[in-house]
Design a protein around this ligand. Structure first.
Ligand code: PMT
Length: 402
């Protein structure tokens, strides 16, 4: 009864995979959870409310107002009741509404008002799932802090074969177990994450920077938050929406500002993860006016920036864990291990700047995690949130207090 006492709101939307929600509901109930189903009207074209109500032992809610009983279903109360809102299957239509903040039925209103974490299990046909608008919407809802479960690959209802099937109920159940199991492992612990690039001004309109999107750091913040940590983020200029996820966020622009913000928090932290791609150099003195074209060349003199991880590594307290990243293009292992020692890291996460789907900007990453005792964990190419979860596991193993 791993889920005993957990309240799970299960959202069902219009997809043939809605039949699997019956199996999922049964599995959640057998694991001890209390389950309340909220369905769109098109979901009920695919599965009867009687089946779901019988399995969940509660009536299925679909409309704000039920004429027959005169009952009003309060979406705010539903959202507050739940420990987790799991939408399975999530159709392209409801996904688009979640991405836009649309609110035209009980399920979308509950999504907008709920305060608990949200887990989404999309289900679509092959080309729908790959459509750029769907990919963009999935990325957008993930950037809001929702946990997006990848669709599985196999035979689809259309007869086509490929990725798009809703994750199997047994696999979703595992993810729900992971979610609740990991929830308090970092309870009471403070974790600081640096993320994104820094920008170093050349003049008032130009800067030196790099391609970091902040996605890896954001995934780490989500994973530590899910593990119960009090998460602080010092973010360089990124487009990601970082507010509203329960992190304390400070936005900075330059390496010097990132150093000041990180140093000020460092002493109170149990874990610091240096995921930011900090510019190693800055222009000697940024021009106060826009630099005009004069001749063919513009000599640029650069000064080294502070190495934040190195400086804070010198101040590391007993029991604190420092996790670094290494982004390399050659002799990757050698450079990563050298950084582990030089910057006084407990763990260093090596990612390549040259492999497909790895490093900057991608939603996926593939890493090796080296620890100071010689440990070496190699991951597959996985969504950044899964990589973040593996890093959280390694931090847990490395921490004396775990
Ligand atoms: O943001 P994404 O688009 O998701 O991409 C993720 C990422 C590739 C940026 C991330 O996974 C990553 O590798 N971050 C570190 C990139 C980097 O700057 O690596 P480095 O090998 O140059 O630096 C080594 C370590 O020292 C890093 O932990 C870095 O944060 C830190 N550092 C570096 C320079 C500096 N002046 N101060 C630092 O603290």
């Amino acid at each position: 009864m791993i889920l005993k006492g957990k309240r799970i709101l299960v959202g069902v939307t219009g997809s043939i995979a809605a039949y699997k929600t019956a199996i999922l509901t049964r599995l959640l109930i057998k694991s001890g959870a209390e389950v309340q189903l909220v369905a769109t009207t098109s979901a009920l074209d695919f599965i009867t409310p009687l089946t779901l109500a019988t399995l969940s032992k509660r009536p299925v809610l679909s409309a704000f107002f039920e004429k027959s009983s005169g009952q009003w279903h309060n979406h705010v109360e539903l959202g507050l009741w739940a420990d987790l809102f799991l939408v399975a299957p999530l159709s392209a239509n409801t996904l688009s509404k979640f991405a836009q903040g649309a609110c035209d039925n009980l399920l979308t209103a509950t999504y907008l008002s709920c305060r608990c974490p949200v887990m989404l299990a999309p289900a679509m046909d092959l080309d729908m799932y790959q459509h750029p608008s769907v990919r963009a919407n999935l990325e957008k809802v993930a950037s809001f802090g929702n946990i997006v479960l990848d669709a599985e690959t196999g035979e689809l209802a259309s007869g086509l074969s490929g990725q798009g099937r809703m994750m199997e109920p047994e696999h979703i159940l595992e993810r729900v177990f992971d979610f609740f199991n990991s929830k308090n492992e970092f309870g009471g612990k403070k974790v600081l994450i640096t993320l994104g690039p820094t920008q170093e001004a050349l003049d008032p309109v130009r800067f030196l920077s790099n391609h970091s999107s902040g996605k890896m750091g954001f995934a780490l913040a989500q994973a530590f938050k899910a593990a119960g940590a009090d998460v602080h983020v010092v973010a360089g200029p990124v487009a990601l929406k970082l507010d509203g996820h329960g992190f304390q966020v400070q936005r900075v622009t330059t390496a010097t500002e990132m150093y000041e913000a990180t140093k000020a928090l460092h002493g109170q932290m149990d874990v610091i993860v240096f995921a930011a791609a900090v510019a190693d150099f800055r222009p000697e003195s940024p021009a106060s006016q826009k630099i005009k074209k004069q001749g063919e060349e513009l000599p640029l003199r650069l000064f080294p920036n502070v190495d934040i991880a190195f400086e804070l590594g010198k101040m590391k307290k007993e029991g604190q864990i420092h996790v670094g990243f290494a982004l390399e293009t050659e002799q990757e292992e050698v450079h990563a291990k050298a950084k582990l020692i030089r910057k006084n890291f407990d763990l260093v996460v090596l990612n390549s700047a040259t492999e497909e789907g790895v490093g900057f900007k991608h939603d996926t990453n593939q890493v090796r995690i080296f620890n100071k005792n010689g440990g070496d964990v190699q991951t597959a190419l996985l969504p950044k949130l899964d990589i973040a979860r593996l890093i959280v596991e390694e931090v847990k193993k490395a921490a004396a207090w775990s």
